[in-house]
Ligand binder design. Structure first.
Ligand code: OGA
Ligand code: NI
Length: 363
């Protein structure tokens, strides 16, 4: 505990005086982190050395313009990736490298704004279209994450902070490109479930689907072993597509162990969300993941979440509940996506606790 005593910032100064991790991390002479930001080391758990090479890789170009044989092979691989991992990398997606670096630079520009400027985009309610802040939900957390964020609704209505200059234009282009890929992947995923390609699109009204742009900043941390960027959680939507600057930190849970994902500059790192688990009646489980921090450099990631339209009531696809083997009971109750989103965002980020509320436990 000597480490904490040595901190130039007594723990009780957060968060009233310091509103971002960025400012905290940049305090002169910071060699330890305040107790408000420490987690017990066992939270870091056992990390396996599952070779990264075993993470499924999906060649998007084959899904879009491959021969029928290549396409059906990719659909099969998508299904396997969703079933076995809930996570895969997407390559040959066609989004120019320049757009990926521009959007990451734009987000860095946002985090570099003065604290007072960022305060303008703070937001008050979890369903406000633009919210920036620190940790996940400081009003309910006991310890804070080593993370600042900017969360923006970009579809069906596009929003963007007005600063820094140029971010809005790049974000619009990036959001549209990524959304296109997410819809293409969901077409393949529908097929992999034995449904029509357009099934998810139609059933969950993706024409008006909720797309949320989440930029995460994880500043260099003097005691990374005591801090947490984001705790283990699953995402609420259907699919999240993530990119990051040259620094890794994402870990996914696979067969009960944490796997380091590392850096993959030109790929999208894609994870399945709770609503894919609900729609597929548990065939495809949403994957637990978390973000670790490091002392080697500041990490920026952009997670783009794609969900149903806000007014969709999502329950298991009825087509999946009947088969030649007999009826399969629905394992989740229906809930309006808007209510689910509000619930998830208003609480602590805690594993799959939100999904537990719609799971029918008798099954
Ligand atoms: C998220 C998320 C992980 C990361 O924003 O939901 O899981 O590595 N981010 O930043
Ligand atoms: Ni996430």
């Amino acid at each position: 505990m000597a480490a904490e005593a040595a901190s130039p910032l007594p723990s009780n100064t957060f968060p009233t005086k310091i509103t971002s991790i960025k400012t905290l991390a940049e305090s002169p002479g910071l060699t330890s982190i305040p107790s408000t930001h420490t987690f017990t080391p066992d939270l870091h758990g056992q990390v396996t050395s599952v070779p990264e090479a075993s993470i499924p890789v999906i060649d998007y170009s084959l899904l879009i313009s491959g021969t029928p044989g290549q396409r059906s092979e990719i659909v099969h691989e998508l299904g396997r990736a969703c079933q076995d991992w809930g996570f895969f990398m997407v390559i040959n997606h066609g989004v120019p490298q320049k757009l990926l670096s521009s959007i990451l630079d734009g987000c860095k520009g946002f985090f570099d704004l003065a604290e007072e400027e960022k305060q303008e985009f703070k937001g008050n309610h979890v369903l406000d279209p633009i919210r920036s802040g620190t940790s996940f939900n400081v009003s309910v957390e006991k310890a804070f994450y080593w993370r600042d964020f900017l969360k923006v609704f970009v579809h069906p209505v596009f929003y963007s902070p007005t600063k820094p200059a140029g971010l809005s234009e790049i974000s619009l282009e990036y959001s549209q490109r990524v959304r296109e890929i997410a819809r293409g992947l969901l077409t393949g995923i529908s097929e992999s479930l034995g449904l029509e390609g357009s099934y998810i699109d139609k059933a969950l009204n993706l024409e008006r689907g909720k797309q949320i742009f989440i930029a995460n900043l994880y500043p260099t941390c003097p005691q990374p072993e005591l801090a947490m960027g984001m705790p283990p959680h699953s995402d609420h939507g259907l699919l999240t597509l993530l990119i990051q600057n040259g620094i890794g930190g994402l870990q996914i849970q696979h067969k009960g162990k944490w796997v380091n994902v590392g850096t993959h500059p030109n790929s999208f790192l894609v994870n399945t969300g709770d609503h894919l688990e609900i729609l597929s009646n548990g065939r495809y489980k949403s994957v637990l993941h978390r973000a670790m921090v490091n002392n080697k450099g500041t990490r920026i990631s952009i997670a783009m979440a794609h969900g149903p339209s806000l007014d969709s009531v999502v329950s298991p696809a009825p087509e999946l509940l009947v088969s030649s083997k007999g009826d399969e009971p629905a394992a989740y109750i229906g809930m309006k996506y808007k209510d689910y989103l509000e619930l998830q965002q208003s609480n602590k980020l805690d594993g799959k606790s939100c999904l537990d509320r719609v799971r029918i436990s008798a099954v």
